[in-house]
Design a protein around this ligand. Structure first.
Ligand code: SF4
Length: 421
């Protein structure tokens, strides 16, 4: 039977045994080896690139289906049927930014009418509001305004911890860290240790976009280089601050960039053990200069959304345990399909999300824990609330579906090295 792209959404109904005989010999052999060893390290570079391009014009139509089904099979073997989420609040503390990334529709120049800048008091109040409704994490990032007081990032941490000592603070992209180093004149290591000692718990691995300096030059001329991004992440991990890892896909990059980035993340993870998860972030094109100037396509296709989550599960097997769907960039159905193509985490409830909304995303600013639970149950999986480091999971079922498991707290395995626990 020949598989058509229009039938792609049917892939969750297939089993590996059904699809494997229809895939090309090379794809089948590569995927079988990963399923057997449960480790993406068994693949050659050539095989990694072939899997990333398995829906190309000369490919067997079944190969992409095989990749998606293999990723889901591997996800079940490696992390089981639980889908996690974290109750958190996103706080973008200012939209004023001088960096000028062409893919960003969130930032504003200092004289634009709709700029904002939250005070330290506001940050403490927002964290307290979130804590009072059950959040365990605040995720804090913002634009980079010129003349920011040199120790402002430290002062945000102090304000939040003073208002809510128990709140986990997941904050500041590598770009913000490099800016903080410039503002204070401290060394990177001393700066990160100062932030850690003032309450920084984990770092978002954002500002990665595509870790290729040529592509980065198209996306933003002022952004941190690949070397700087890696230096921040490696130093943060060395200081005991774990981070996420991310990619932005669907603009002017190719699947070969994805492979190189995933290989880099494997390499960093083998050295530091400091990545909590991998998060593919789909490019939202509508209101961006990158798209308006003809430098990017119209965001990811369905193939690309599914393929990158599946590829991440396959290539990162044995390295980074958790693959997250970024629901703000996807609709409900698509986020569920990505969870059936290798992902196991829904990310955060967010409460307020500005960056994707400004770029034209329509998935909303907040998903309640009950919405997450319903979406997870709809695809036959088990919802569980987690903390930021995935070291504590609590199975959560809606009140209308009481079960002995409803408040079960279970031990969780983590690929974080023990020193980050
Ligand atoms: S992505 Fe961040 S650094 Fe770039 S323009 Fe937007 S707010 Fe500024």
């Amino acid at each position: 039977m020949a598989w058509q792209a229009s039938e792609l959404e049917q892939f969750p109904a297939l089993t590996w045994e059904q699809i494997a005989p229809q895939a090309s010999v090379a794809t089948r052999s590569a995927l079988e080896r990963v399923l057997e060893t449960q480790d993406g390290a068994c693949l050659t570079d050539e095989e990694r690139h072939a899997l990333a391009n398995c829906d190309g014009p000369n490919c067997n139509g079944a190969d992409l289906f095989a990749l998606l089904v293999a990723a889901d099979t591997l996800r079940r073997d490696l992390v089981g049927n639980i889908v996690t989420y974290v109750v958190n609040r996103n706080i973008n503390f200012t939209n004023i930014c001088f960096v000028g990334c062409k893919f960003c529709a969130f930032s504003r120049g200092p004289r634009q009418a709709d700029t904002y800048f939250h005070s330290l008091e506001d940050m403490g109040r927002k964290a307290k509001e979130a804590w009072d409704v059950g959040a365990t994490e605040v995720c804090i990032q913002g634009g980079l305004p010129r003349d920011l007081p040199p120790f402002y990032y430290r002062d945000i941490l102090r304000a939040v911890k003073k208002a809510v000592p128990g709140m986990h603070i997941h904050a500041f992209s590598p770009m913000e860290i490099v800016y903080g180093v410039e503002l204070t004149g401290m060394t990177l290591r001393d700066y990160l240790m100062m932030l850690r000692d003032n309450g920084l718990d984990t770092l978002p691995g954002t500002a990665a976009e595509i870790l290729d300096d040529e592509v980065r030059h198209v996306l933003s001329r002022n952004k941190v280089s690949v070397a700087q991004w890696q230096e921040v992440i490696r130093t943060a991990h060395a200081c005991g601050i774990p981070s996420t890892s991310t990619i932005m896909y669907g603009h002017c990059e190719t699947p070969d960039h994805w492979v190189r980035q995933l290989s880099l993340y494997r390499q960093i993870q083998s050295e530091t053990g400091g990545f909590t998860e991998f998060v593919p972030l789909g490019f939202v094109h509508q209101n961006t200069l990158l798209f308006q100037q003809g430098l990017a396509r119209t965001g990811p296709t369905l193939n690309e959304h599914l393929k990158i989550h599946a590829l991440a599960r396959i290539l990162l097997a044995g390295s980074i345990r958790n693959v997250q769907v970024s629901w703000v960039k996807l609709n409900r159905k698509l986020s569920q399909l990505c969870l059936q193509a290798g992902a196991n985490d829904y990310g955060g409830t967010l409460m307020e999300e500005n960056i994707s909304r400004e770029a034209g995303a329509t998935a909303g600013e907040y998903t309640s824990p009950e919405d997450f639970q319903a979406m997870i149950l709809e695809i036959g999986r088990i919802p569980a609330e987690r903390n930021t480091k995935y070291s504590r999971l609590q199975i959560k079922l809606p009140v209308e579906a009481p079960s002995p498991e409803a408040s079960l707290e279970i031990a969780s395995e983590s690929t974080l090295a023990p020193e980050f626990a």
